[in-house]
Write a new protein. Structure first.
Length: 125
């Protein structure tokens, strides 16, 4: 009924979860921190570079499933500071085209490893 999707081109799961799960025609992508899989560290720079890394990780997971960002129908963006929303949104817009996925965005108290951004998604084949 469900199958794990995993790629070395995105950070490995840091807990008891999968990078993504395929169930039927739907792919559920776990929240992607802005970790560079080559170094295991957060991408260098500000919120724009961090957002870019989170979305690049998502793109790699989708590619492993044979999909693209065009298959994404819903995202959830978690920010440590809502003041970062505008800059995050600028980068986010570079990864998606109309019709854009539905999206929720929240400011949260803390994120794993002290991250400033985490983005999860749902994609459909």
């Amino acid at each position: 009924m469900k199958q794990a999707i995993s790629t070395a081109k995105a950070p490995a799961a840091i807990g008891p979860y999968s990078q993504a799960i395929e169930a039927g025609n739907t792919i559920y992508i776990s929240g992607q921190l802005p970790i560079d899989p080559a170094t295991g560290n957060f991408a260098e720079g500000g919120i724009k570079e961090l957002t870019h890394q989170s979305l690049t990780n998502m793109k790699a997971i989708l590619a492993e499933a044979g999909l693209t960002m065009d298959n994404v129908v819903k995202t959830t963006v978690l920010l440590a500071d809502m003041a970062d929303f505008g800059e995050m949104n600028e980068v986010y817009a570079q990864f998606f085209q109309a019709p854009f996925p539905a999206r929720s965005a929240f400011a949260v108290k803390t994120l794993p490893k002290g991250a400033r951004v985490e983005i999860e998604a749902i994609a459909v084949k």
